[in-house]
Design a protein around this ligand. Structure first.
Ligand code: COS
Length: 382
């Protein structure tokens, strides 16, 4: 749902200008140094990017899902690592509080997340628990007015920068499944919380991931999200429904960028006496990419609109994430192919995107998990 097209256009234009005039210039240096310059982070804060999807009453922009995906298409016209810095505040790092938090929890954390003063992070995955998220082993035991957490979380995006974590832990040791899981807000300084070394990754340099370790970590009972035990897995799934639509939007934006680069190169690169864009086999790669991006874009907007209408979008979110992330991989592969030898060289930048986008088929649910969610919902709703 778009509330006011004119205001939205102003926002989309200012994001597009910032991305193209500031971020694109810094792509190579961010990849080389594995760090986003502080002045760019400050500019992101000034633009309000940390609070795009945080409700206005807590200092954010309160974008609807449709508005957010349109903004995300623009944001994703560059290295995905830039977006990663503020994405968890709009997505998985804050939405547990937005969706299921108590008023007091919202008041305490969301305003600082909306400004970017603190970074939020989402801690679900563990060393032995990935796709089968409901079997997580981190425990949370109530002791008076505190819970004591023990366990390790793995591949946690933005953990090195995070000021606050949404942590899924098992409060009911008798239950091995989803019903025994609760969600907690854990502050960075909590006694017993420590971080592992920053992981070295295939791509998305500048975005950081590490383990989060809880050793008798004391968390105030008032930080139990929603104030109720046993609903944490559902909170995580609701957060991921939204997250999957946003990741699909990122896939569309990055794919558009890669296709733009491939088209430009194909029009400039001359072989057999003419630009390679004039050869039909190259045209097929360009055309297939264009059509698939259009399809993914349309799916993302439809899923977003349905979520704005309050519909259950578990199926649509998974369809969009599955199709868009696989599409993005194909577009990246074709872009490298169109660039030929140059596509394999770091200086042209296209191989960096090829590595960056590989993650989209894995995180926030692998393609195989999306297939499983879609098929299960089909069978259930038959
Ligand atoms: N919204 C609200 N509730 C949901 C939900 C959703 N989208 N999806 C599931 N639930 C509820 C179910 O209704 C069920 O509730 P009841 O017990 O009251 O019936 C409960 O949550 C458990 O669901 P389910 O039985 O489907 O859980 P499973 O363990 O069988 O499977 C999958 C869940 C595989 C879909 C889930 O673990 C998953 O998404 N895994 C991937 C995790 C992931 O994306 N990790 C990425 C890391 S985060 S970046």
């Amino acid at each position: 749902m778009i509330r006011d097209q004119e205001t939205l256009n102003i926002l989309l234009n200012s994001i597009a200008r910032f991305v193209r005039e500031r971020l694109v210039l810094h792509e190579a240096i961010v990849a080389e140094t594995d760090a986003i310059p502080a002045e760019l982070a400050a500019e992101m804060k000034d633009l309000g990017l940390f609070g795009l999807a945080i409700p206005e009453e807590y200092g954010g922009m309160g974008l609807t899902m449709e508005e957010e995906v349109l903004a995300t298409f623009e944001i994703a016209w560059t290295s995905p690592a830039f977006r990663s810095l503020f994405a968890t505040n709009n997505g998985i790092g804050a939405q547990g509080i937005v969706i299921d938090g108590t008023d007091a929890q919202k008041q305490r954390y969301l305003p600082r997340m909306a400004t970017g003063e603190i970074i939020g992070s989402f801690a679900l995955t563990e060393p032995d628990v990935g796709s089968d998220a409901a079997s997580l082993r981190t425990t949370a035991v109530r002791r008076g007015d505190h819970y004591v957490l023990n366990g390790t979380k793995r591949y946690i995006t933005n953990a090195p920068e995070a000021g606050v974590f949404t942590v899924m832990a098992r409060t009911d040791p008798e239950s091995r499944g989803a019903g025994g899981v609760s969600a907690f807000i854990v502050e960075r300084g909590a006694p017993g919380l420590s971080l592992g070394a920053i992981d070295r990754k295939m791509g998305q340099k500048g975005a950081h991931v590490c383990d989060v370790i809880f050793e008798d970590c004391r968390v105030p009972a008032e930080n139990l999200i929603g104030g109720r035990e046993g609903i944490g897995f559902k909170t995580a799934m609701k957060v991921l429904d939204k997250g999957r639509i946003t990741i699909a939007a990122v896939c569309v934006g990055v794919a558009e960028r890669m296709l733009d680069e491939a088209l430009r190169y194909a029009c400039e690169r001359v072989q057999f006496g003419k630009p390679i864009a004039e050869f039909q086999l190259v045209q097929a790669m360009l055309a297939d990419s264009k059509a698939e991006i259009y399809a993914a874009r349309t799916m993302v907007i439809d899923a977003a609109r349905r979520r704005d209408l309050g519909q259950d979008v578990s199926t649509e979110a998974s369809c969009a994430k599955l199709f868009a992330s696989e599409m993005c991989g194909r577009v990246a592969d074709r872009a490298v192919q169109i660039f030929g030898g140059a596509g394999y060289l770091a200086e042209y930048g296209i191989e960096r995107f090829y590595r960056d986008v590989r993650l989209f088929r894995i995180f926030e649910g692998t393609s195989q998990i999306q297939q499983l969610v879609i098929a299960r919902n089909m069978i259930r709703n038959r």
